[in-house]
Design a protein around this ligand. Structure first.
Ligand SMILES: [Ca+2]
Length: 433
């Protein structure tokens, strides 16, 4: 009895109290109001609260971290979820060659090598080995405990079930190794695989007729290998380039002896991206950036989800969606994307940052792209966009933002009834409480 009574006091006194003063917590409130005609008129109003709490477990960097959000807005949406709920333990010098070992357990955010394939919370474990000249990160986790509204992952017809409360059930395994060379350049090799754990009753059988199972589809399993290099070209001038190969299997609808039949086919696709960034602090704290991105397409794809109708599936399919521009936002599939941007602080001493970006959008092969309203029969060059943005931070705990974008689609990209000029405007405020 006596020891049981002493135990909490020992834990509190011995472990928590020395670090209790280092606990941190806070709440951010973000509100935004927007109007877009892209191509459908949409009025949006959102309020989001982000709460966070961190407490160190030891003096070596171990910590407990909690991040959660609650959001409500128009068009009608409501969501609340934990973004992070994890404990991290740090073991310095656990081996002769190993400088540091870090182990995170629970829910944590994982982003792949480029951030263009996977950026999503995972429930699982992450080990980071620091060998000094080389870092190795091993991540395993599950996507299906996150709410569906928070997730946004739609890879198969089964994932399109909007009545589901939780995100698509997928097991994710990833390995990433980072190697520094010539002092300041980094070579990163990343491998990520996701396995579809959708139960059999939600799927169509392979070799069955599509006509017998028109609302069902199959599993979508994919693997990605990424090689990335980045570093300086000259002082304040940086480059990055990455190449990703995608493999896997997808359910396809193949015409077999004049009957439309379900059949699993291999995925063979790629994503390539490169960018340059130049900073000139002496000239209005300005920065200039250019980026190109190419994601492979499939001539015979009939839709962005399980669209293969012949041969291999050569359409690149990222796991999570990415926002590219303020108005036109095609998925990173069958896409050539060109970006030129600049930002500066126009008034010396005033915490105001203004930016502008020009974009060009192209299909890599004619046919289907993953963008709402875009016709698969449209021209290869889809159009150009210009975006303006401003961010003003008058106090350390208040940030006001505004953005305005205009997209000029090439004639024939959308149906004749769609607006020939598309735009989006948004204002927002973020308050740290
Ligand atoms: Ca194909």
């Amino acid at each position: 009895m006596k020891s049981a009574k002493w135990l909490p006091t020992l834990i509190l006194g011995g472990a928590v109290l020395p670090f209790a003063s280092a606990q941190e917590f806070g709440v951010d409130s973000s509100s935004d109001l927007g109007y877009a005609k892209a191509p459908i008129s949409t009025f949006s109003l959102n309020e989001r609260l982000d709460g966070w709490y961190t407490a160190p477990l030891d003096a070596k960097g171990g910590a407990v971290e909690v991040r959660a959000h609650a959001q409500a807005g128009l068009p009608a949406n409501i969501s609340a979820d934990f973004d992070v709920l994890s404990a991290t333990m740090v073991f310095p010098k656990p081996g002769v060659d190993l400088k540091n070992l870090k182990w995170t357990l629970g829910r944590f955010a994982y982003r792949d090598t480029t951030g263009l394939v996977f950026s999503h919370p995972l429930d699982g474990s992450q080990l980071t080995f620091d060998f000094g000249f080389l870092d190795l990160k091993v991540t395993t986790g599950f996507t299906g405990f996150v709410t569906r509204t928070t997730s946004g992952v739609v890879l198969s017809l089964a994932d399109q079930d909007s009545t589901a409360l939780f995100a698509t059930p997928r097991f994710v395994g990833a390995l990433e190794t980072e190697w520094t060379f010539f002092d300041s350049h980094t070579l990163t090799l990343g491998a990520l695989a996701q396995q579809d754990l959708t139960p059999h009753e939600k799927l169509a059988d392979e070799w069955s007729k599509v006509a017998d199972n028109s609302t069902k589809g199959g599993k979508f399993d994919s693997q990605y290998i990424t090689l990335k290099v980045d570093g300086p070209v000259a002082p304040r001038f940086f480059y990055d380039a990455a190449l990703t190969f995608e493999a896997g299997t997808t359910m396809s609808q193949i015409t077999d002896s004049s009957v439309l039949t379900f059949e699993y086919k291999p995925i063979t696709a790629f994503l390539a991206t490169a960018g340059l960034t130049y900073f000139i602090p002496a000239f209005f704290s300005s920065s200039f950036e250019t980026r190109v991105l190419f994601a492979s397409g499939d001539l015979d794809a009939k839709s962005a989800v399980e669209g293969n109708t012949a041969g291999n599936y050569t359409l690149f399919v990222p796991i999570t969606p990415t926002t590219l521009a303020a108005v036109f936002n095609p998925g990173i599939s069958n896409l050539g994307f060109y970006e030129l941007g600049a930002s500066m602080k126009p008034i010396s001493g005033v915490p105001l940052v203004m930016g502008t970006k020009f974009f060009g959008f192209q299909r890599l092969v004619s046919g289907m792209v993953n963008a709402s309203g875009v016709l698969s029969t449209g021209p290869v060059w889809m159009g150009e966009e210009v975006d303006f943005s401003a961010s003003w931070q008058p106090y350390s705990d208040l940030q006001v933002t505004a953005s305005l974008g205009a997209f000029l689609p090439t004639a024939g990209t959308f149906a004749a009834s769609a607006p020939t000029f598309q735009y989006a405007a948004k204002i927002g405020a973020k308050l740290s409480l």
